[in-house]
Write a protein that binds this ligand. Structure first.
Ligand code: E4P
Length: 214
């Protein structure tokens, strides 16, 4: 499973990229707003740091403007994936952008049928939002499982990108279900590689050795 960082914070992207485990980055308008930066400038900074898919979301809500924005983002860098919301307008824009060979990540996906429609129209990535589904008393992981099963049934090439991940368990279960990608917040990313027994074990090894040298 590929690990993407779900952030527009360039400092943290650079810090976590030192582990060489970051395969790509997803951003959205809220994440860009949080940084208070210029969209193009920040996306290009991220492209310079991470050599993998970088998702940049359109701001328009009608398909013609989405296509215009998408084509502009596409012209900025070869690794940019245009993120489109899974609305009727977004689906229309998806069809047009795919006919122009633009890479597309369909976002705000909450149901297997939305995911099936995205795959039929040739989306490169589909992003089901696990945490936000959990918030509505449904199960994000169940929806993820159904999407993966449907894609397997019909051998779709669309990759499943588990998004809105809130916990290390979400990451583990996404991997168990066979999600192609998980996009992970820096907070969860930092947590998921740690285990208290590793730290305790290391301290004990070093202490034992030190004591033996006295
Ligand atoms: C995905 O690409 C989105 O940016 C993200 O995962 C949304 O997560 P949230 O529900 O934590 O905002």
């Amino acid at each position: 499973m590929k690990f993407y960082l779900d952030t527009a914070d360039i400092k943290v992207i650079k810090e976590l990229n030192q582990l060489a485990l970051v395969d790509g980055v997803t951003t959205n308008p809220s994440l860009i707003a949080k940084e208070g930066v210029d969209l193009k400038e920040r996306i290009l900074e991220i492209c310079k740091e991470i050599d993998g898919p970088i998702s940049c979301e359109v701001l328009a809500t009608d398909h013609k403007k989405m296509v215009e924005e998408g084509l502009e983002y596409h012209s900025w860098h070869k690794n940019i994936f245009v993120k489109l919301p899974c609305t009727d307008e977004g689906l229309k824009a998806l069809k047009i952008l795919k006919s122009k060979d633009v890479k597309v990540n369909m976002t705000l996906v909450f149901s297997p049928m939305q995911a099936l429609a995205c795959a039929k129209l040739g989306a490169d990535f589909v992003s089901p939002f696990l945490g936000r589904l959990d918030d509505t008393q449904s199960s994000g992981l169940e929806i993820l499982e159904q999407i993966i099963q449907i894609y397997e049934n019909y051998d779709f090439k669309t990759q499943v990108l588990a998004a809105s991940i809130r916990s290390v368990d979400h990451v583990v279960n996404s991997a168990l279900l066979g999600s192609d990608i998980a996009t992970i917040s820096p907070k969860v990313f930092k947590k998921m590689l740690k285990h208290p027994l590793t730290d305790i074990g290391l301290a004990k090894f070093l202490e034992d050795y030190k004591n033996s040298q006295k």
